[in-house]
Ligand binder design. Structure first.
Ligand code: NAD
Ligand code: AKB
Length: 322
């Protein structure tokens, strides 16, 4: 591996990419990281450094950018998430599957030495044990998103085994952050609720009050991802995707914690089609391989996440009215 990574991030304007790009640039230098997305950057995009409009369904575009910048690492984040995926199943399969296969072929045939591609807890399904779900638990997803992530896991392991490519992956739980809106998933309520609590003092939740799901705060997700990418390859025994977890909670537990900071906060429940998706996913995850192999350990527990999210969301809302 060259000492100087030259990194391409696909889907860089999304919930994860918008924070990952900043952290990669902090660590490796602004010009070492090329952000890309299908969309053009919004007017208030304030990242310095190169940005390229890139459709991962167009291999020629990926190739041209790789050659232009001499890319040697890729973080392939472009995808359609679970809720949008149920509304646009063909699109979700196309972007999630063919986008990944295009990237895998480019890694196989070119100079990219390391690839990160995220999977999800959505690889699990209604036949999976829902508590302390193990790495090798049954994976029979019933959502298009989950099916595409499971197929992706099989493909990345195949490309590692057959072509000796260094591909690393985690099954992210629901990620909570304040910088960018969540991108159309089933766990998005746990992002939206904070701004609603501060702005309106109330929130209508699209999941039932007692729907427990695994979650993680974005700073931990970013640090964990970069720790995995820095780990010694010989320590990595999972070449599909690692179970990766921080904590689990239900909407009513989250609301109670928010109420400790905003006493008048109220929550109502109006479950929609996303409830059915959430009901098929694990409640708690056993991520012992991540903890053993690359020493994964989160910094934020549920209480400290809530407190930090409220502080940071308040600041962000203040900045946006200034
Ligand atoms: P997001 O929806 O916020 O962002 C995805 C980005 O991909 C968007 O900016 C979109 O414009 C872009 N995109 C869509 N189609 C594209 C195409 N054809 N070419 C290029 N870009 C395209 O998603 P996210 O939350 O940032 O998730 C990133 C990755 O992490 C995805 O693979 C997702 O499945 C995975 N993941 C996310 C979570 C989470 O809670 N955020 C949890 C599990 C897994
Ligand atoms: C979603 O809800 O689709 C994502 C995920 C858990 O993969 N947040």
């Amino acid at each position: 591996m060259s000492d100087t990574p030259k990194i391409l991030v696909t889907g860089a304007l999304g919930q994860i990419g918008s924070e990952l790009v900043t952290e990669l640039r902090n660590r490796f230098g602004t010009e070492q990281v090329i952000a890309s997305d299908l969309r053009a950057p919004p007017d208030d995009y304030n990242e310095n450094g190169s940005f390229e409009q890139l459709d991962v369904l167009k291999p020629d575009q990926i190739l041209a950018i790789n050659e232009k910048y001499g890319i040697n690492q890729i973080y392939h984040l472009a995808a359609i998430l679970s809720a949008v995926g149920e509304q646009k199943p063909q699109l979700a399969w196309n972007v999630n599957m063919n986008g990944l296969l295009n990237i895998l072929e480019i890694v196989k045939n070119g100079d990219v030495q390391k690839l990160f591609w995220p999977s999800s807890i959505a690889v699990f399904g209604p036949t999976t044990p829902r508590n302390d779900t193990e790495q090798f638990a049954i994976t029979e997803p019933t959502t298009v998103y989950g099916i595409s992530k499971l197929a992706g896991e099989r493909w990345v392991e195949y490309y590692h085994d057959k072509y000796d490519l260094d591909i690393r992956s985690v099954r992210y739980p629901g990620l909570i952050s304040y910088k960018t809106k969540a991108g159309g998933g089933t766990t998005d309520y746990a992002v939206e609720i904070f701004a609603a609590a501060i702005r309106e003092g109330s929130y209508t939740c699209f999941l039932n009050s007692d729907t427990v799901l695994p979650m993680m705060y974005m700073p931990d997700a970013i640090n964990g991802t970069l720790d995995l990418m820095e780990a010694d390859e010989k320590d990595l025994q999972i070449r599909s995707s690692y179970n990766f977890n921080a904590f689990s909670f239900s909407p009513n537990q989250l609301a109670a914690l928010i109420k400790n900071h905003i006493p008048g906060f109220t929550i109502e429940y109006a479950p929609d089609f996303r409830q059915k998706l959430a009901d098929t996913w694990p409640q708690t995850i056993d991520d012992k391989y991540a903890r053993e192999d690359w020493k994964w350990e989160q910094q934020f527990d549920l209480e400290s996440m809530v407190s930090d999210m409220l502080d940071k969301t308040k600041l962000k809302l203040l900045e946006s009215v200034e």
